[in-house]
Design a protein around this ligand. Structure first.
Ligand code: NAD
Ligand code: AHE
Ligand code: ZN
Length: 370
């Protein structure tokens, strides 16, 4: 079939919206009509050329929701008409990783996914001239129709609005999951969240759900303050307005350091500050942000010797096929909010405007509606 897609032709170039060919689903694959997709900072990271795994030409996008159109041979858990959210972290329920309760990082198809192809080693997308176009994160939601492995689809309830729950495909689950699944924050905790964008705001609402007492938000952009307060932030700090050492300021503000800190910026200097602003003896600092090729974190080992813990999280530690339908329920039951964070919507033709809004710091989430 033919489908409309925004194609990343090369690093640093705007996406080009065009018709492409899409081959039908092979064994254990599913054809999905994407109804809506968010634009995450990670799409921008890969498009910019900063991703060591970035490949071109490719169809980016990993925060979608849609409907199953056709299933390939061997697919048993889904049927045409089912509503689904594609998962860049699949859940095969069989691999060594899925069988270990300590991780959500299913590895069943990780190597082919990273190479931009389906598990059989080939791409379903080609240009109208027949040249291959690669998949991205196993999802490629910047295409109106996409082919996804069965193990990388969460089946969700049919009354959930696609234009909102697409955000559960990455940002919502990542932020809330970092608090609930990875840090396992306790009632009464003190926390600091660095970066109050599409991920950081969801860390804030996760902290509110977990019953944290003091929730400090840190961002260079003062316009993020109002929305952050709405999602549970109790104190705001703009590092550019702090005189002297930021770590000392935050340790003082939290009376000894925070029980939990979260980096949602992707900046390795911020990651160091986040670690060092966590409490001596027991503080935990969770890295969510994705850093550019070549960037490395550093600190004095003494920071760890004296009891601070440095950890990371992907997709909020969530097992997608199991956890994503539950998070959709939380949204539908009013336990979590999504709507105010979707600040802009646009048709696929205008997808580059979504990236412009992100660069300008004017959006939280832009969502493309097909
Ligand atoms: P975003 O652009 O919406 O938000 C980033 C925020 O950080 C902005 O508000 C910006 O003003 C702020 N910021 C930038 N530099 C700062 C600094 N030095 N100090 C304080 N604040 C600063 O991005 P997002 O979609 O929220 O993504 C955030 C990060 O999380 C990105 O690196 C993204 O790639 C990563 N991410 C990781 C996962 C995961 O599974 N680990 C999932 C999704 C996104
Ligand atoms: N390819 C990059 C790393 C990108 C990365 O860390 N991705 C996160 C999800 S970000 C979603 O917005 C992730 O899931 N990581 C685990 C994995 O297996 O990719 C690089 O640096 O090479
Ligand atoms: Zn993302």
């Amino acid at each position: 079939m033919k489908t409309r897609a925004a194609v990343a032709l090369g690093a640093g170039k705007p996406l080009e919206v065009m018709e492409v060919n899409l081959e039908g689903p092979k064994a254990f694959e599913v054809l999905v009509e994407i109804k809506a997709t968010g634009i995450c900072h990670t799409d921008e990271f890969t498009l910019s050329g900063a991703d060591p795994e970035g490949l071109f030409p490719a169809i980016l996008g990993h925060e979608g929701a849609g409907v199953v159109v056709e299933v390939g041979p061997g697919v048993t858990s889904l049927k045409p008409g089912d509503h689904v959210i594609p998962l860049y972290t699949p859940e095969c329920r069989q691999c060594e990783y899925c069988l270990n309760p300590k991780t959500n990082l299913c590895q069943a198809i990780r190597s082919t996914q990273g190479a931009g192809v389906m598990p059989d080693g080939s791409s379903r997308f080609t240009t109208l001239d027949g040249d291959p176009i690669l998949h991205y994160m196993g999802t490629s939601t910047f295409s109106n129709y996409t082919v996804v492995p069965e193990i990388a689809l969460a089946k969700i309830r049919e009354d959930a609005p696609f234009d909102k729950v697409c955000y559960i495909g990455c940002g919502v689950t990542t932020g809330i999951g970092a608090v609930i699944n990875t840090a396992k924050v306790e009632i009464g905790s003190k926390a600091i969240v660095f970066g109050l964008g599409g991920i950081g705001l969801n860390v804030l609402q996760g902290l509110r759900l977990a019953g944290a007492d003091m929730i400090v938000g840190v961002d260079l952009n003062n316009s993020k303050k109002e929305m952050a307060e709405r999602f549970g932030m109790t104190h705001f700090v703009n590092p550019s307005e702090v005189e002297g050492d930021l770590v000392a300021y935050l340790v003082d503000l939290t009376k000894g350091g925070a029980d939990y800190t979260f980096d949602a910026t992707g900046n390795v200097n911020v990651m160091r500050t986040a670690l060092e602003a966590s409490h001596k003896g027991w503080g935990e600092s969770i890295i969510i942000g994705v850093a550019p090729a070549g960037a490395e974190i550093s600190t004095r080992p003494f920071q760890l010797v004296t009891g601070r813990n440095w950890r990371g999280t992907a997709f909020g530690g969530a097992r997608g096929r199991t956890d994503v339908p539950k998070i959709v329920d939380w949204y539908m039951d009013g336990k979590i909010e999504i709507d105010p964070m979707i600040t802009h919507t646009m048709p696929l033709e205008d997808i580059n405007k979504g990236f412009d809004l992100m660069h300008a710091g004017e959006s939280i989430r832009s969502v493309v509606l097909y």
